[in-house]
Design a protein around this ligand. Structure first.
Ligand code: HEC
Length: 150
């Protein structure tokens, strides 16, 4: 009997997923998406600010990445019960997202439009990059102001 109980425990441990569940996984995935946006934006703003020399090829690569990322539909990662009110300290996704999907969609569309613009402009020169970058930055901020908690 005892042996059987131990074997059962061992099996259930094997079958158990990692500590993180589907909610944590979805949050990590969407945060990864935003981290990639941030990494590409960071490189572009360093260039626009003159902290690193403007290089058309590199600027184009980052702008292409932003455009590609803007086409990812990450809506499926916003599972019920994964707002910052449900899981404080784990996520900064505001509960407002779940009350206003059309609004979030519109904010996402603005970002996608800005990403298309920077893709067309980034390789033309530092001034063009700077202008388009401002537009992208406003679109990030627009969504964060409404749908991301502090
Ligand atoms: C349509 C809404 C929306 C747009 C557009 C948007 N974000 Fe966010 N962003 C969010 C939300 C919501 C979170 C919080 C995600 C979470 O914690 O689950 C977030 C989180 C982040 C984070 C923190 C990720 C982490 O490590 O947890 C960074 C960095 C970020 N965004 C950068 C950007 C940049 C740069 C842009 C524009 C190029 C952008 N975001 C556009 C909604 C948006």
């Amino acid at each position: 009997m005892r042996k059987l109980a131990l074997a059962t425990i061992a099996l259930s441990l094997l079958a158990a997923p990692s500590l993180a569940g589907p909610k944590e996984d979805a949050i990590a995935a969407r945060q990864g998406h935003y981290k990639l946006l941030g990494a590409n934006m960071g490189a572009l703003s360093a260039m626009a600010k003159g902290q690193i020399d403007y290089d058309a090829k590199t600027a184009q690569m980052h702008a292409d990445n932003l455009a590609t990322l803007s086409k990812n539909n990450i809506g499926f990662l916003f599972l019920e019960g994964t707002s910052s009110s449900d899981m404080p300290g784990v996520t900064r996704a505001s509960a407002k997202i779940w009350e206003d999907f059309p609004g979030v969609g519109a904010a996402g569309a603005k970002f996608a439009e800005a990403a298309m613009t920077i893709q067309a402009e980034a390789g033309k020169g530092a001034a063009e990059l700077g202008k388009a970058l401002g537009m992208v930055g406003m679109s990030c901020k627009g969504c964060h102001d409404s749908y991301r908690t502090k």
